[in-house]
Ligand binder design. Sequence first.
Ligand code: STX
Length: 321
Amino acid sequence: MSHSTLTIEEVLYPPIEAHTTGMLKVSSVHTIAWERAGNIDGYPVMVIHGGPGGGSQPSYRQYFDPEYYDIIQIDQRGCGKSTPYAELEDNNTQALVADIESLRLHLGIEMWHVFGGSWGSTLSLVYAQAYPERVSHLTLRGIFMCRKSELHWFYQDGASHIFPDAFEPYREHIPVTEQGDLIGAYYSRLTSDNVEVRRAAAAQWTRWEMATSRLFPDPSYLEKAEDLDFAVAFARIECHYFINAIFLPEAHILDNTATIQHIPTTIVQGRYDVVCPAKSAWELHKALPQSNLIIVPDSGHSMGEVSIAKELVEATDAAQK
Ligand code: STX
């Protein structure tokens, strides 16, 4: 089951460009960027990015056979090429679900395969539970259900035991008197009126996540945190969703699995994922007995890791019929 002798280029489809892009006005505040790549007459797959606030990526196209799939991505509210940048007003989980559905209607798509990792798995599940008749397949990676225990593990006390070196600057950015609630302390800085306060907090928040996302930390991945345009949207939007408990009841996803039992579901989970530990994937699999759970033995969180990428491509290939 170990594929570590392969390179990521050998595992993924070749890079391709989007053939169509657009902007969809979804509210009085927000306009959403979308793109389409691969076969316009092919089977539609909606690719849901992480964070929230991470934005779509060109490399995400490479997880799908471009001759078979009509590969669709959006930048969720406030990130990527969506406008206004890093805006938190009118930005919540229900709105993102509605945006995905609006794009489906806009493109005239009846049903689609939904693919998402990390926060993308959260939003894929919430979308599928809202519109179960519109989702033909779910391919999910690095399961995140955004419960208090998951947030506490990653942002307060848990992953810190495995990455104490990376955790220290994230914690020390906050005065000792506020360290008992790091998400709250970061939220107040990320929403400060002072742009320098916002940027400094965003860089630390994002460095922590990038440093822990891979089994073997990758310098190009760490650099993402130094791109302050990326970091400010990513950190502000993530923190806004987490401080608001993603605008859903704590057990929303696990309490609503009955509605999606019929959807063929593959769950790909890195054993050593410290951002979204395997416990959540296990609990989801137990609640969706028809799902295929693949725990990848030599991987962390990122979909850019070779063994995870290989399993994801195998899953999207296997969904072709
Ligand atoms: N956030 C997990 C998540 O969805 C707690 C995520 N982490 N990094 C990413 O997403 C990007 C790859 C999009 C940067």
